[in-house]
Write a protein that binds this ligand. Structure first.
Ligand code: ADP
Ligand code: ZN
Ligand code: ZN
Length: 735
């Protein structure tokens, strides 16, 4: 009786598919983790064998045979398969799509899981040992051969075709001649050995104790929450903990929210682990991705730095996981397979029995709660590495104050003072473009997106109106479509407008705007960051791109132009995000020799959470925010899943969600509640109407016990086929 093979296939169905092995397959060839080709309806699909069993629910005569096994050894090691299995169960996501997210594109398409090793030419041992006069005589009448030979003899490493093209022109004929003599051969080019290793810094007391706690228990699972104020030297803690792991011959995986924003971080790792640091990010080609993936799997890298999906990289000798900026929402994938890379890193560390470090200056309420409950060990770095205190924002009550382009006189004067003292200033405004609303002065018409329930933002230099929700773009109207009037008002302020104003007021000082519009092209962000880091007086204007992890030693003033929106957010995570953003932006000030100052403009100076944040700091703020969550039975004191539906027809989504709610009753237990369906906060986006149904539970177990059969049932509903729907477990964005 042959074994039954369970295969994950790229289909939207939440199940595995049973197959028989190809005829005469030895049992040990059926290793979980290999790719297989199977017949599926009238098609052929490539899937992954995830397990074998003696039993199946499919009647014997309907079981089909697999066509071929595509790998001789597993593509995915057992620990990753286990993590993926856990993930598709926990997120109630189709196994095939889960695997697609986890695998590099080329592997999904069936490429072999091998690195391309670049090849080049080098002098053979025979050539190196040959007597120089013998060579000279032999090549006397072959000048091309002689040129190539002399060039290759100067190089210890193999030389690529590209280098030969650049330096020698027509070299192929000469090379062929040398090959026939046995003096040169084609070989793999070895990766260059790394440069000198930058020495570790002496640690301060709290850094030392953090490193010792982490590295004192490398042989088992442990989760550490490294809460270090901005500039406290968290990165140095990661580096030195990883150094111990590497000394033991193991590897570390470091996950960061967005690599592009912090090129500096990768440089610091490369300096400490030269030639053994790999980076996985969205700027790589598919081939480069697969090469980094293979290098990590083969153990050729000591440290791999990557964004979200890096959590699925196989490691030959995993020793430590690090999640930097663990509070950052971009660690959660917001479409397709909606997983939290942070939570999966913790789970993977648990499965592998190795430690995981979550670091942040503003830990998420979830992680703080886990620390409070003793699940995570809290490690604190209360002081800046430089010895200066992290600055506390001071409130600028701007009610009734004269304002110019959104800036109060007090803030403008402070900017002037800091520039005069040769400091740099950062003005933070989380809204790009010139003005968020264009209004007709005669009839009140506003420029709205035809596809979204949203205004279009005016981009003045580009002379365009752009929708920041769907990307729609139109030219700026000359006449009002409502009344034909020609006078328009620009309501509100964006970074482009602020930049223009600052250029006028501070005409001798460079004004650098850093947002998605000024950094779209490759290299632009790095150029701006380099100029800022050079330290000459300048005003930086930017969105949250500037709030993240940057180390500008000469910023002495941070001005927060407008955060009031965060106080009125309809999302229950709004206040948490506001507190994190204020703390992170403030943390850009005073990181060098000089103390920093932070000024926060607001029309709501008495808001209680703002008061707590500024008077008592982030931890006290987080405690207050957690108390509110507890009182309202919201995460982390309750567990949520959001069923979303969207459709070009307004009613279709809600019809599906209503039916989904209707069929839920057999599995609804005490402690699990459905709320909705309701329209999404922005109902129409990119031409689709969106609505949602919230599942709320007091217990995680109960939530998943409910979701499992319910989602299986949803797949069978007719109304499901008429909409785009998705389930988001532990949603971080309620829109
Ligand atoms: P964080 O990641 O906590 O914001 P960083 O690791 O970027 O902080 O460190 C902030 C600055 O302090 C960096 O310039 C870093 O080189 C420096 N630094 C870190 N640890 C030490 C130390 N022990 N002594 C002196 N400087 C340090
Ligand atoms: Zn008008
Ligand atoms: Zn739009």
């Amino acid at each position: 009786m042959p074994l039954i093979c369970q295969v994950a296939l790229p289909t939207p169905l939440r199940r595995l598919f049973d197959y028989l092995p190809p005829p005469r397959t030895p049992e040990d060839a059926l290793a979980p983790g290999i790719r297989v080709r199977v017949p599926f309806g009238s098609r052929r699909l490539t899937g992954v064998l995830v397990g074998t069993s003696q039993r199946t629910h499919v009647p014997r005569d309907r079981l089909k045979e697999m066509e071929a096994l595509l790998d001789t050894s597993p593509l995915l090691p057992a620990d990753l398969l286990e993590l993926l299995r856990w993930a598709w169960t926990y997120y109630h996501h189709p196994p095939g799509e889960t695997l697609s997210t986890a695998l590099p594109v080329l592997l999904r398409r069936g490429s072999p899981a091998q690195r391309t090793r670049p090849r080049g030419w080098t002098v053979t041992t025979a050539g190196r040992c040959a007597d120089p006069t013998t060579i000279a005589t032999a090549l006397a009448r072959a000048p091309r051969q002689r040129a190539v030979m002399e060039f290759l003899l100067e190089h210890d490493q193999a030389v690529s075709a590209e280098t030969l093209n650049k330096t020698l022109g027509n070299w192929r004929g000469g090379l062929a001649g040398l090959g026939r003599r046995g003096w040169v051969a084609q070989v793999e080019i070895q990766a260059p050995a790394g440069g000198p290793v930058e020495p570790a810094r002496p640690l301060n007391e709290s850094q030392q104790s953090a490193v010792e706690t982490i590295t004192g228990a490398l042989d088992g699972f442990g989760a550490y929450l490294l809460h270090g104020v901005t500039g406290s030297g968290k990165t140095e803690v990661y580096l030195q903990a990883i150094a111990r792991v590497v000394e033991r011959g193991q590897q570390a995986l470091v996950m960061v929210p967005e690599i592009g924003l912090t090129p500096q971080l990768c440089d610091r790792f490369e300096a400490r682990f030269p030639g053994r640091t790999g980076v996985l990010h969205s700027g790589l080609t598919d081939r480069e991705r697969l090469d980094a993936w293979c290098a990590a799997r083969d153990g050729d890298l000591s440290v791999l730095i990557g964004t979200r999906s890096a959590v699925f990289t196989p490691l030959a000798r995993p020793g430590l996981f690090v999640v930097d900026e663990e509070h950052d929402l971009s660690l959660k994938q917001q479409d397709g397979f909606r997983y939290s890379a942070r939570d999966l890193a913790v789970m993977r560390a648990r499965l592998l029995d190795v430690p995981v470090v979550l670091g942040s200056a503003t830990p998420s309420l979830e992680s703080l709660n886990n620390a409070e409950r003793g699940r995570y060990t809290l490690l604190r770095l209360p002081d800046r590495a430089t010895g200066h205190r992290a600055p506390t924002p001071r409130i600028l009550d701007v009610r009734t104050r004269p304002m110019s382009e959104g800036l109060s006189d007090t803030l403008i004067n402070a900017v002037r003072k800091h520039l005069r003292e040769r400091g740099q200033v950062l003005l933070f405004l989380n809204r790009r473009g010139f003005a968020p609303v264009l209004v007709c002065h005669e009839c009140g018409w506003t420029a709205d997106c035809p596809r979204c329930d949203a205004h279009m933002t005016l981009h003045a230099a580009a002379e365009k109106l752009r929708c920041h929700h769907c990307g729609a773009e139109t030219s700026v109207p000359m006449q009002c479509p409502g009344c034909g009037g020609q006078e328009f008002l620009h309501m509100g302020h964006g970074t482009e407008r602020l930049e223009g104003f600052l250029r006028k007021v501070f005409s001798d000082t460079p004004v650098l705007r850093v947002d998605r519009d000024t950094t779209r092209r490759k290299g632009q962000l790095k150029a701006l960051l380099d100029q800022a880091r050079a330290g000459d007086p300048a005003v930086l204007v930017g969105t949250q791109m500037l709030a993240k992890g940057h180390d500008f030693p000469n910023i002495t003033l941070v001005g927060i132009v407008d955060m009031d929106q965060g106080l009125f957010s309809t999302d229950f995570r709004g206040p948490e995000r506001m507190g994190q953003l204020i703390t992170q932006v403030s943390g850009r000030a005073g990181r060098g020799e000089r103390e920093g100052e932070v000024l926060l403009q607001t029309h709501q100076p008495d808001h209680p959470l703002l008061q707590t944040l500024l008077a008592d700091g982030y931890s006290a703020f987080a405690d207050a925010a957690l108390a509110e969550r507890k009182a309202a039975a919201l995460p982390p004191y309750a567990f949520l899943a959001l069923l979303r539906a969207e459709s070009p027809q307004q009613a279709a989504g809600e019809r599906f969600l209503a039916e989904a709610a209707g069929v839920a009753s057999p599995w609804l237990t005490e402690g699990v509640q459905l709320m909705g369906p309701v329209p999404a906060p922005m109902e129409r986006r990119a031409g689709r109407f969106r609505s949602q149904l919230l599942v709320h539970s007091a217990w995680r177990e109960a939530l998943h016990t409910f979701l499992d059969p319910w989602v299986q049932k949803l797949e069978t509903l007719d109304s499901a086929r008429k909409v785009r729907w998705s389930l988001d477990v532990d949603p971080v964005d309620m829109y």
